[in-house]
Design a protein around this ligand. Structure first.
Ligand code: FES
Ligand code: FES
Length: 159
């Protein structure tokens, strides 16, 4: 049995027939080829699979694709391009907020959600907001610095 879903991802409308048990992470990666969303633990622990659904950061490995029917989703592919990084991506590069890059898509999506909810985010708020995203490389300091810098720049340029 399959179920028809319609979902808007990174501004593009997709229609698909999916099995009820298909995970959103697998739908994004395997069905649509949006492999920027990474899958680490598949148990909701590492945060690598984080995407934004209807304005909130969500673990796509804990979400069924059918639950996304009618939703608007942003994945890391929707943030910027290699030629034109968005402001947060740019700060990750400037602040050396990544090493192997496996956690980075999830960190970016969580960071985007954080910046929306706490435009004047303190370091404590950034650290708490990132507490559900695991990184095995960076020690987190430069990730926090990147989000802090993006917040500061945003507030400088926002009247
Ligand atoms: S792969 Fe989803 S939280 Fe780890
Ligand atoms: S940069 Fe390697 S896991 Fe975070």
């Amino acid at each position: 049995m399959t179920i028809d879903i319609t979902v808007t991802i990174n501004g593009r409308l997709y229609r698909a027939s999916v099995e009820p048990r298909l995970l959103l992470s697998d739908f994004l990666r395997d069905t649509l080829g949006l492999t920027g969303t990474h899958v680490g633990c598949e148990h909701g622990v590492c945060g690598a699979c984080t995407v934004i659904i209807d304005g909130d950061s969500v673990r796509s490995c804990l979400t069924l694709a059918v639950r996304a029917d009618g939703a608007t989703i942003t994945t890391v592919e929707g943030l910027g391009t290699p030629e034109q990084l968005n402001a947060l991506q740019h700060q990750f590069r400037e602040c050396h907020g990544l090493q192997c890059g496996f956690c980075t898509p999830g960190m970016l999506m969580t960071g985007m959600d954080l910046l929306k909810k706490y435009p004047l985010a303190t370091d404590d708020q950034i650290r708490e907001g990132l507490s559900g995203n695991l990184c095995r490389c960076t020690g987190y300091q430069n990730i926090v610095a990147a989000i802090r810098a993006a917040a500061a720049l945003r507030n400088e340029t926002t009247p």
